[in-house]
Each structure stands twice: as C-alpha cells, then as structure tokens.
Ligand binder design. Structure first.
Ligand SMILES: Nc1ncnc2c1ncn2[C@@H]1O[C@H](COP(=O)(O)OP(=O)(O)OP(=O)(O)O)[C@@H](O)[C@H]1O
Length: 509
C-alpha cells in the first residue's frame, strides 16, 4: 500500500444544491498519489454528484478544487480529461456497431492514426492484464470486455486521477479479481483512484482509505482493511440495522414453469434464449446468476410479456400464459421488475405517483370505471416510499430526480407492495446501499415465507447466496443445471457462469 504520497487532488468545502436538496455540503477530501480511495455512502448521500463535479459534469456552487496544487474547475469532461482526470461509468457509452479501436478513437481529442492507435491499445491492454482485440466489434463483447474498453480508453490518457463508479457490478468474481490486480498496478505507478462501490467486502480487500458521506456531508473516514463491513455500513447509515434472516418456509405447488422456453435474439446484438426449462414453486426463491449480457434482459422480457411466446412454453399455475401481454399477466399475479430503472422500470419524466400507477393500476384497484383514482394512486406511492425508505421530497417528484439507489428501492417496492403470486426481479438491489439492500432482500424472503414464488435474476452472487434456495447460471442464453444453493461455492458458481472469459490474471511487476 502506498499511503503518504503527495496530494494530487484536494477538495475544499465543495457544495452543490438541487431544488430542495443539498446534494453535497462543504465536502473536503484529499487524494494522494498511489492511493485507492473508497467513496462510501447510502443511496442519495451525494457520491455521484461529488464525482461529477470532479469530472466537469456538474459545476459546484461552493468551495474549490486543486489538482497538483493548481486551482482546478473543469467546465466540462474534456477539460477534466485534459487535466488528467478519467472516469469509468457504470453505464458504458460505446457504439455496438463500431470496433474497439473506433470506439476508443471517438473518445480521444487527437486520436493517432488507426494503426498506431491499434498498437497502443494492444500495448496498454497487455501491460495492465486486460487483453483486448482492437478489431473486435463492440456489440460482440461481454459486459466485462466492454468495461475493459472503457478502462483502456482511460489508461491511454495516462490519468493522474481515475474515478470508478461501481465497476464490479458487471463482472464475474474472477473478472473482478483481475480488475483489482489492474487497479493495484495503476496505484503502484502513482495513479490516485477514487472508487465508488456498495460492495463493502471488495472495498476492504482493495482500498487504502475510505471517506464516508451521509446526506451530502463527510461523516467520517476509515481504513477499510481494519473495519468490518458491518461497521462501515453502520457508519454510512448512522445507525445499526438488522442482518437478513430467512424464516423456515415450506414450498407449495408449482406456480411458474418454463418448458423448453426459446426466443430469437431481439436485435442484432441481443441474446437468443435456448431451451430454458425450470419450475418455480410457491414459497421458493430461485436464483439465476450470470454475467450481464447472457440473456437476463431477454428472459425478463418474455416472462413479463413484453415479448409474446408461442404456446407450450410458459405456465402460470398450470395455465399457458405465453401469449398474454404484460397487463394480463400482472392481473393474474405475475409481477416483474426489469433491471433498467430509468426508461424501462420507470418513466423518467413522470412523477412517482404516475409511475406507481403504471404497474399497480389493476392489482391495487387504482382505476374506477375507467377513471384514475389519483388519491388512491398517491396513497399507494406514499406507502411504497414509507415502507422502503425512499429518500425523496414526495410522490410528486419526477423519477429522474431520485438518486439511482432510491429509484431502485421505489420500483422494486412498488412490485413487492402489490403482493403478487409470482415475482420476477432482475438485479433487485443494483446500486442500492447495504442497509437498503438488506431491507429489499428481507422483503423478498418474507414474501417467499408468505407463499410467493420468486425468481431473482442477479449478477450479485452474495445476494443470491443470501436469498436463493436453488441456483442456475445463464450463459449465452442457456440455463445450466439447477442446483441447491447450499451445495455450491462462490468459485464453483463463478465457473458455472463462464469463469474469466479466457483472461489470465495480470502479471504485476
Ligand atoms: N439532477 C438532479 N435534480 C434534482 N436532484 C438531484 C439531481 N441529481 C441528484 N439529485 C439529488 O441529490 C442527492 C444526491 O444524489 P447522488 O446521485 O449524488 O447520490 P448518490 O450518493 O450517488 O446515490 P446512489 O448511491 O443512489 O447512486 C439526492 O437526494 C438526489 O435526489
């Protein structure tokens, strides 16, 4: 570990307000050369706002920044990049139809000629243990490989400060380990890394120091290796919270069954589903793991009814529902929550009340003789906000004004609160902080104990260990054998999911 290097970036009293919310309040923080610095905080604590100020996407309304001792106020990301600040986002901004090299060239100001660039990409990717073929079309890459494109793009700039926003949510455990090797090597060379994650065990393994934010303010710092995950979670929340506990439960009859379920790829780069068969019983939680892009979204779309299926492939309580649309399936008790919260699970410009109405109108009786019962819709939205501790000024707030994790709590809570017979969720706690994730997982287990059949599609294996009774891996649109969760180790599951995609652990040094 390289503690004690000179300060590269210092923030002094940084602040930013949005209407009704002080997102960041007088934040001071120093980053040193060679340091891997975690930024921790519950949903809405201000982490994204803070890094957006460093990256020139948001202008602070108070305080100042210094980079290498010089005043630093980037008006836009280009300026931040020129000054040596790079950022890898949770959502990749790559063009599927272009090659790796073309994508990288697009993000550069003075891209070298194609052959030189391809050679540089090979060089940097090999040096940092992130093999990448510059000629591959991005649409054919796995999520882990796409992330490598983003990282290599940053590394080509030789950044002094590298910001990573929840980088491991798309990786297998083996790929995450390779990423950590890369980050350690970068830190050893002097790069300062600011690392946002809700995965506290990862932070303990990787980060030299952590700054904890709560409601826009710095509330503490710690040395992650010397602090337990629970202690860190409690520092973030400012209180203790209960661990997830599964009550003993009995499984009932088969509620949902897929029989040889198959569907062509929805577009040029989607994943076709091949011959998926599983049963899901009342009171049971079936976990489907897999690296992003292996058919998760496509499976959710056919289970939700966004895409119809031929006869004979999908049964709800014994009845063939494959040809029914989403509203008809919901009316029969099959509720679903997709991964993408803004735009798919929720309409960004609509209020929380309107978003609640979108999926709950039938089951919660929010329509009266064809008219919307706005008072009832608002009460339902308020009940979800209360029960799942969604931090927002109120149900009239637009979905897009919520922090990522708070919107996630809302869209999952909206389905849970409808008490469906079968619930299918994709990445239910993606981007949700530890305490809120525990609350969502507990709610899923409580529903199962009350007899709901639950299918959890997730890339978070710790989550599946916590909630699932049985496990199957989705790989290339196919389903592995389904095994009892307690027979499986993390390593075994990682291998079932496709291991490290032909990658070798970086040889550091
Ligand atoms: N564009 C915006 N308009 C209005 N409010 C906003 C906007 N962006 C952020 N906020 C508010 O600022 C606060 C901080 O949000 P921010 O996204 O920085 O939190 P976060 O710590 O990154 O959360 P998460 O872990 O959920 O991503 C939240 O209360 C959020 O609702």
């Amino acid at each position: 570990m390289q503690r004690g290097g000179e300060t590269v970036l210092s923030l002094e009293g940084l602040g930013k307000s949005y209407p009704g919310v002080r997102a960041c309040d007088a934040i001071s923080l120093d980053m040193r050369r060679g340091e891997i610095h975690a930024l921790l905080g519950e949903n809405g604590a201000g982490k994204s706002t803070l890094v957006k100020m460093i990256y020139g996407l948001v202008t602070p309304d108070a305080g100042e920044m210094r980079l290498d001792g010089q005043p630093f106020a980037p008006p836009d990301p280009n300026a931040a990049r020129r000054a040596g600040v790079a950022m890898v986002f949770q959502h990749f901004s790559l063009f599927d139809a272009l090659t790796v090299a073309e994508n990288i060239a697009l993000g550069m100001e003075d891209a070298p000629p194609p052959r030189r660039l391809a050679a540089r990409i090979r060089e940097v990717s090999e040096l940092y243990g992130l093999p990448l073929d510059p000629r591959r079309t991005v649409g054919t890459l796995s999520a882990g490989e796409r992330q490598r494109v983003e990282i290599v793009r940053c590394l080509l700039q030789g950044p002094r400060v590298l910001i990573m926003d929840e980088p491991t949510s798309v990786l297998t455990p083996q790929e995450a380990e390779i990423l950590f090797e890369t980050l350690r090597k970068l830190a050893a060379e002097g790069t300062a890394i600011l690392y946002i994650s809700h995965k506290l065990e990862e932070i303990r393994a990787l980060c030299d120091t952590a700054t904890i934010l709560r409601r826009g303010e710095v509330v503490g710092t710690c040395t992650p290796a010397e602090t337990t995950a629970r202690e860190m979670a409690e520092l973030m929340v400012g209180a203790s919270f209960a661990p997830v506990a599964a009550a003993a439960r009995e499984t009932g009859g088969v509620a949902l069954e897929a029989r040889g379920l198959a569907a062509p790829a929805p577009g040029a780069f989607g994943t076709p589903l091949h011959d998926l068969s599983f049963t899901l019983r009342a009171g049971e939680v079936l976990g489907l793991g897999g690296v992003a892009g292996n058919g998760q979204d496509e499976l959710l779309a056919v289970l939700a009814g966004e895409r119809a299926l031929p006869r004979g492939m999908l049964f709800l309580d014994g009845a063939d529902v494959g040809r029914l649309g989403p509203q008809a399936r919901r009316a029969r008790g099959l509720a679903t929550a997709p991964e993408e919260r803004l735009g798919h699970a929720a309409a960004p410009e609509m209020s929380l009340t309107e978003n609640a109405l979108l999926t709950a109108a039938r089951r919660k009786g929010l329509l009266r003789q064809g008219f919307i019962d706005w008072a009832a819709a608002r009460r339902f939205a308020e009940a979800v906000i209360d029960r799942f501790d969604v931090r927002t000024p109120g149900p009239e707030a637009a979905a897009r004004a919520l922090s990522g994790g708070n919107l996630q709590k809302f869209v999952i809570g909206r389905e849970i609160a409808q008490a469906p017979r079968v619930l299918v969720v994709n990445q239910p706690t993606w981007g949700v902080d530890a305490a809120a994730a525990a609350a969502i997982r507990q709610a899923l287990l409580d529903m199962a104990a009350a007899g709901t059949a639950i299918l959890v599609i997730s890339q978070d294996l710790d989550e599946l260990f916590e909630v699932a009774d049985r496990f199957g891996a989705l790989v290339g649109g196919r389903l592995s054998e389904i095994r009892p969760m307690h027979d499986l180790s993390l390593e075994r599951i990682g291998l079932m999911m496709g291991g490290a995609h032909d990658m070798e652990v970086a040889h550091v040094g």
